[in-house]
Ligand binder design. Structure first.
Ligand SMILES: [Fe+2]
Ligand SMILES: [Fe+2]
Length: 185
């Protein structure tokens, strides 16, 4: 039967690399050894475009829709819980963007808000992705009938466009991973 979650698991791997960067750089910011506020705006761009518009949109517009079409309740269900967590993530990201924008303009009083919202987003996404990888996606592979799968894969491919989005955001993650690996001084 055509697989409809493996591509999503692969996207989680790149999102988790950004989660690790946000968590580590929030810790370094708290210690006063990282002041490159542009990183957090790059993280916001990654999260909004790659995690939200690209990955979460596939879940919200395709995978979750088919699960509901095939018997999973939309309310008081894992689907509702995942959607609520997507919204919580968006709230952290909005606050992170405001704080990082102010810090970049010289307002250092925003550093605790960067640390709080960066860590909050990282913890939320770590837990969220774990639940999808270990519970919701395996469940989807068990319950979704073969007949709906080709159109799901076609919808994923339409969302992926020409593939440049993944390449661009993987390069962004790699650039900041190199920065994090470079000792200061
Ligand atoms: Fe999700
Ligand atoms: Fe996901």
């Amino acid at each position: 039967m055509l697989d409809v979650t493996q591509v999503m698991v692969q996207e989680h791997r790149l999102i988790l690399r950004m989660v690790a960067l946000v968590d580590a750089n929030a810790a370094r910011a708290e210690q006063g050894v990282f002041q490159d506020w542009a990183f957090f705006l790059d993280a916001v761009d990654f999260i909004r475009t790659y995690a939200d518009r690209f990955h979460h949109a596939k879940e919200e517009d395709v995978l979750f829709v088919e699960l509901v079409n095939n018997g999973m309740p939309a309310k008081r269900s894992p689907i509702e819980a995942m959607l609520i967590e997507h919204d919580h993530g968006r709230a952290f990201v909005g606050a992170l963007e405001s704080a990082a924008t102010a810090a970049l303009a010289g307002d250092e009083s925003q550093v605790p808000a960067i640390v709080f919202n960066g860590r909050g987003w990282a913890a939320l996404l770590t837990d969220h992705i774990h639940k999808e990888d270990t519970i919701l996606y395996p469940l989807a592979e068990r319950v979704l009938p073969a007949a709906v799968r080709p159109r799901m894969v076609a919808s994923y491919q339409a969302a992926a466009g020409d593939g440049t989005l993944h390449v661009r955001y993987q390069a962004l993650v790699e650039r900041w991973e190199r920065e994090a690996a470079t000792p200061v001084g």
